[in-house]
Design a protein around this ligand. Structure first.
Ligand SMILES: [Zn+2]
Length: 347
């Protein structure tokens, strides 16, 4: 409860006034609304680590509301959240006027062709799946419950990739982007709802505050972050010759190692893996490469349901997985993991 209030304050919401309106979608505009699951090994591990991160967050918020959160807002960048899809931001959250009608837009729209992968933005359970599953939202939709009254909604989907009741991990593919319902073009309508289904907050702000960039971009992981992206960072540091345990936890040792490497390459040594750090830390990889940098890539592809063996061998299987991942995200399917592919895999 405290946590919800704290989050609402952090989002800059006014005590539910906006969410209570919970309007549906308006009339059409351009590219907007008018209104294989992860293999058991990796999915299970991912869920456990993410849940650990969640309990840490709850404990923090419980210690003292505003001050605790504002003083340590950076700890929100805990690796739990990721972008639900790659694409162009085509319509913003908030009031908008379409065809002369002023209406509340309860989410952000991310546009890309039909079939583009849609990922769970955080770990949780699919609680609704089907046609018009939330009042005012049209077409095929999915609602994922993340606990503590936090939900995400994915709308206008073309196909479902998980069943109702399924447990999903952050970054797991759950659906295909589509144009079902009242739309003028294919896109994902994405919402974050806090305090109950339909109680929308600004989903882009919500993601930004948690180190994820809606639609793409480099994520940001702070000290104390956990998960597959942390593992990838640790593998990359190992490839860069640093001695580090790859455990998916960016604790004091991991942070110290990153800081030392950052200073060595003339970056700000803040122990934060963000937009300045990732492009320097990554490698351009293609078939034939082998090592911990390949393990980093394989780990990230698995976060997006690739189901690869993390063996550090960029062979034919990994090559196929990279191309498949690139296709699902509407990137050039060349099998080469350059900055754009890393960015997508990290989001
Ligand atoms: Zn929308």
């Amino acid at each position: 409860m405290l946590w919800q209030v704290a989050v609402a304050r952090w989002e800059g919401r006014h005590d539910g006034a906006v969410s209570a309106a919970a309007h549906g979608e308006g009339t059409p505009d351009m590219r907007t609304d008018t209104d294989h699951p992860a293999d058991s090994e990796h999915g299970g591990l991912s869920r456990r680590t993410v849940l650990l991160g969640l309990s840490g967050g709850l404990a923090l918020a419980g210690t003292g509301l505003g001050p605790a959160l504002s003083a340590s807002a950076a700890t929100l960048l805990n690796g739990r959240w990721c972008s639900p899809a790659r694409g162009r931001l085509s319509s913003a959250y908030g009031w908008r006027t379409l065809n002369g009608v002023r209406a509340w837009h309860a989410g952000w729209d991310v546009a890309n062709p039909v079939g583009t992968a849609v990922y769970a933005a955080a770990a949780g359970t699919v609680v609704r799946r089907g046609w018009n599953v939330v009042g005012g939202r049209t077409g095929n939709g999915i609602v994922v419950s993340h606990g503590s009254g936090v939900y995400t909604y994915y709308g206008h989907l073309n196909a479902f990739r998980v069943g109702n009741g399924a447990s999903v991990s952050a970054g797991q593919r759950i659906a295909d982007m589509g144009a079902t319902g009242n739309v003028t073009g294919p896109h994902l309508h994405f919402e974050v709802q806090i305090g109950g289904i339909g109680k929308d907050v600004n989903p882009r702000t919500h993601l930004t505050n948690r180190g994820a960039v809606l639609g793409g971009g480099w994520p940001t992981l702070d000290p104390e972050a956990r998960g597959q992206r942390v593992k990838a960072m640790q593998f990359l540091l190992r490839q860069r010759g640093r001695s580090i345990t790859v455990d998916g936890y960016h604790g004091s040792q991991s942070t110290a190692t990153l800081k030392a490497w950052q200073r060595a390459v003339k970056l700000v040594g803040d122990g934060q893996a963000g937009p300045k750090t990732w492009p320097v830390l990554d490698y351009v990889l293609r078939q034939g490469h082998g090592g911990d940098h390949v393990r980093a890539l394989q780990t990230l592809l698995n976060k997006h349901s690739a189901g690869l063996l993390v063996d550090g061998d960029f062979g034919g299987v990994t090559n196929t997985a990279v191309k498949s991942f690139q296709g699902l995200n509407n990137l050039v399917k060349d099998g080469e993991a350059g900055p754009i592919t890393w960015q997508a895999a990290l989001s």
